[in-house]
Design a protein around this ligand. Structure first.
Ligand code: G6P
Length: 617
């Protein structure tokens, strides 16, 4: 699993490929590699770790080749190492392949190819693809047909790009289950697994669908379906610039993205709530939920909602469960997408399945949506990346409009997901029993959230100081109740992801049924305890921890005079409606995790073992 970049065109391939790899490094950074066709030779380099290591290995030289492929890897089959790094080559070192996905029958293919005297150098599933194409070339002669024939033997998921020094004027790309697209520039084509590597060059993109492959030459491209032949594929214009993908003076993308949250939320709200608040329009404007009359009517009639998502997006789903049930009275179930597909989900035409995904490419979430479609459910999406697979495959949906999120640990995508999910809750609520006044009250307060977040960001220095007091602890319990139970889970995840400190998220009321056994002076707890309907219950839990010698750090509402008498340290958030407290409570947690990770000396933008977008199951 990885980032793929390819180039064919009038310019030197190497700078474009390296720049693309840097933009995609957030998708995986175990190793990186590049192969460039230059005259009758292939310039081939691979390095362990970051793209910068690959650059050092290549040195100052800029090769003249105008065709090449490159890859940044997140290991699935075979440990991170130079030999396992992509591109992988055929025995005759003519064919080079980069691959995203998992070839499930690779062991079987590998043993068949070994019998035909192919020699394997790596432990990866990808290498079989290069040898299989080589084998097919004995009959097919050209590259396109030998790739096509090889694909017919593969089981599993792939996005691939292939070059061959015997055919120096073409790149063959294909997709099944893993994203693959290419940008159409002036006399050049840039291939990638992710539009963010391309947008600096062109915003005209061809998205391959599953089961499609393309032959890209220096001045043309032709797309084919594996089943039905030539496909007349048009370009899609993507209105998403590269601007958001720079650090702008911040030490890390993560910090920049934390600070971008007021703007990201304002963008999520733009054009969606004003009419509802100012002009009495019956509900928020969410055009994506009503792409046509049939779907609009279908949504009005749904009786149950199942949310599928992973990681931080899963926690956004848990918050949405509370919001949607409260605003719209529709029963909601939230399920991690990886579980959904392999049990027997009970779905019918009155159930809608909503995928939440920042990237729109997470394999588990995508497959859950496909399963839901198969079972006849309406599928919806809340997605940040415009044009991504989940956005394209769902029946209707709403974009976050949070801009590119590069930090592996999700921050602004999460808060913008919450905002969009709340707008959906209001929209569903207004179609049902929610009164205009109640809806308007929530929407009006929602518009204030960017400025309230600004106020929390203003406390960054104090939060950093608190972190220095607590950075020696190796374990944390993060606790919250009702709307802030999922925020406790998200806070614990953030701490684990970027500081490698063990943190367990728990429902504050459930803590006494087990985790309290762990508490002593070396095991602090982080309580999310805003002034809401469960405030007193959470305070009782806090007292129970204090009574057992545990330290307490609290996130509480400004003006709460009791809290500082119980907790050892307090971070205050402004007062807001209970339903909106998750949007504020998560901000100090993000800053806390960030400063903890940095103070422990870790690269918080690229935490070990993680990847931004997991496109394998
Ligand atoms: C990966 C990332 C997480 C993210 C999850 C879901 O595990 O490291 O930060 O929350 O995928 O990603 P998605 O793009 O579907 O929201």
């Amino acid at each position: 699993m990885c980032g793929i970049v390819g180039y064919i065109g009038k310019n030197k391939a190497q700078p474009v490929l390296i720049e693309g790899l840097k933009r995609l490094e957030y998708r995986g950074y175990d190793s990186a590699g590049i192969s460039i066709l230059e005259k009758s030779k292939v310039k081939h380099f691979r390095a362990l770790g970051r793209v910068s290591n690959l650059e050092s290995k290549i040195g100052e030289k800029i090769f003249d080749g105008r065709v090449g492929i490159a890859h940044t890897r997140w290991a699935t089959h075979g440990k991170p190492s130079v030999v396992n790094a992509h591109p992988h080559a055929s025995c005759d070192k003519s064919i080079f392949v980069v691959h995203n996905g998992i070839i499930e029958n690779y062991l079987e293919l590998r043993s068949g190819l070994k019998k035909k005297r192919h020699v394997f150098k790596s432990e990866t599933d990808t290498e079989v693809v290069a040898h299989l194409i080589e084998e097919k070339q004995k009959k097919q002669k050209d590259l396109f047909n030998s790739v096509k024939s090889a694909l017919a033997d593969l089981r599993g998921a792939y996005g691939i790009a292939v070059i061959d020094k015997k055919f120096p004027d073409e790149i063959i790309v294909a997709r099944k289950g893993s994203p693959l697209l290419f940008g159409v520039g002036k006399d050049e084509f840039i291939i990638s697994s992710d539009a963010s590597a391309i947008l600096g060059h062109t915003n005209k993109i061809v998205y391959l669908n599953d089961g499609e492959l393309a032959k890209i030459t220096r001045d043309d491209y032709r797309v084919f379906s594996l089943e039905s032949g030539y496909v007349n594929k048009k370009t899609t214009k993507v209105n998403w610039s590269q601007d958001g993908a720079q650090k702008d003076g911040f030490a890390h993308y993560m910090l920049k993205e934390i600070y971008e949250q007021p703007q990201a939320i304002a963008n999520s709200l733009q054009g969606r709530v004003n009419h509802f608040i100012d002009e009495g329009l019956v509900r928020p404007t969410l055009g994506g939920l009503a792409p046509n009359r049939d779907i609009e009517n279908h949504i009005k009639k749904i009786e149950r909602l199942v949310i599928v998502s992973c990681g931080t997006s899963y926690y956004a789903g848990l918050v949405a469960e509370y919001m949607i049930e409260e605003c719209a009275g529709i029963p909601v179930e939230v399920e991690t997408a990886s579980e959904f597909r392999y049990r027997k989900p009970i779905l019918n035409s009155k159930t809608a399945v909503l995928a939440i995904s920042q990237s729109g490419e997470t394999a588990d979430t995508l497959e859950a949506i496909r399963e839901a479609k198969l079972k006849g459910a309406l599928t919806l999406g809340v997605v940040n990346v415009v044009g991504s697979t989940i956005a394209r495959e769902t029946d209707a949906g709403v974009y976050n409009h949070a801009g590119p999120e590069i930090g592996v640990a999700s921050t602004k995508a999460f808060t913008s997901q919450l905002v969009v999910l709340l707008l959906i809750a209001l929209s569903l609520g207004r179609q049902r029993d929610m009164s205009f006044i109640d809806g308007k009250e929530v929407a009006t307060e929602l518009k204030r959230i960017p400025q309230l977040i600004e106020a929390i960001l203003g406390q960054d220095k104090e939060i950093k100081k608190i972190v220095s007091k607590y950075s020696k602890y190796k374990n944390w319990l993060c606790l919250g109740r009702k709307y802030n139970f999922p925020i406790a889970l998200e806070g614990a995840l953030k701490i684990k992801e970027i500081s490698y400190v063990h943190a367990e998220g728990y429902a504050a009321g459930e803590m006494k049924h087990g985790p309290i056994a762990m508490i002593d002076k070396n095991f602090p707890s982080l309580f999310i305890v805003p002034k809401d309907s469960v405030y007193e219950k959470v305070i009782s839990g806090m007292e129970e921890i204090k009574a057992r010698g545990g330290k307490v750090l609290a996130i509480a509402t400004e003006g709460d005079s009791l809290i500082s008498k119980i907790a050892d340290d307090v971070i205050y958030i402004p007062k807001t409606l209970e339903m909106l407290t998750p949007l504020l409570a998560v901000i100090p947690l993000q800053l806390f995790a960030y400063h903890l990770g940095v103070s422990l000396g870790y690269d918080v933008d690229k935490p070990r073992n993680l990847a931004k977008s997991v496109t394998v199951e």
